[in-house]
Design a binder for this molecule. Structure first.
Ligand code: ADP
Length: 169
């Protein structure tokens, strides 16, 4: 049974087995959660991301997929990087956003992670509307077959927290 919990705050301050990064396909850093994770986690994370680019992901990590690295100096054993879809008003990309949560949990299971902290993937620079992103996130986690015991959604601001809170009530 997976328990869903909610926290308002900075995901880089969380203690969890795995912290999920809303990465971009380059895996080489960006803004938002990605920038914060690399800043606080230190250079070991980027070094592993570069190795991944040089080996398995020469063209980058495809949208909807997930891959793990060390968490560097974060209070976690792993960072699981996933690439959310950019919001589109004309094309339904919900399956790709759902895939981020499913794939991140699949990687977490491979690692043996029991607590996993997620940001609201795609809701920043990638502009996905928070209501819809929260629906997809919660539905996908609830439907997932995973040994992860706690999925913790970490929402940066109060508005996002409230949207998620209404979903899990
Ligand atoms: P994406 O490119 O997938 O949209 P972003 O990192 O730009 O990813 O934003 C994803 C969500 O994470 C947004 O709702 C943003 O407000 C939030 N966010 C940004 N920084 C942090 C942080 N340090 N901790 C938790 N959430 C964050």
């Amino acid at each position: 049974m997976t328990t869903i919990t909610l926290v308002q705050g900075d995901i880089t301050r969380q203690s969890a087995d795995a912290i999920v990064n809303a990465a971009n396909s380059s895996l080489l850093g960006g803004g938002g959660v990605d920038g914060a994770i690399h800043r606080r986690g230190g250079p070991a994370i980027l070094a592993e991301c570069r190795d991944l680019r040089a080996s398995h992901y020469g063209k980058g990590l495809p949208t909807g997929q997930a891959v793990a690295t060390t968490a560097g100096e974060l209070e976690a054993s792993w960072v699981i990087h996933t690439v959310g879809p950019v919001w589109s008003a004309t094309e339904d990309r919900a399956h790709l956003l759902a895939s981020c949560y499913r794939e991140a949990l699949r990687v977490a299971d491979e690692l043996g992670a029991r607590t996993v902290a997620f940001p609201a993937v795609s809701t920043g620079v990638y502009r996905w509307p928070m209501e819809d992103a929260a629906r997809i996130a919660v539905e996908t986690v609830r439907a997932a077959e995973t040994a992860v015991e706690e999925v913790r959604f970490v929402l940066f601001d109060e508005a996002a927290y409230e949207v998620f809170a209404r979903r899990i009530r």
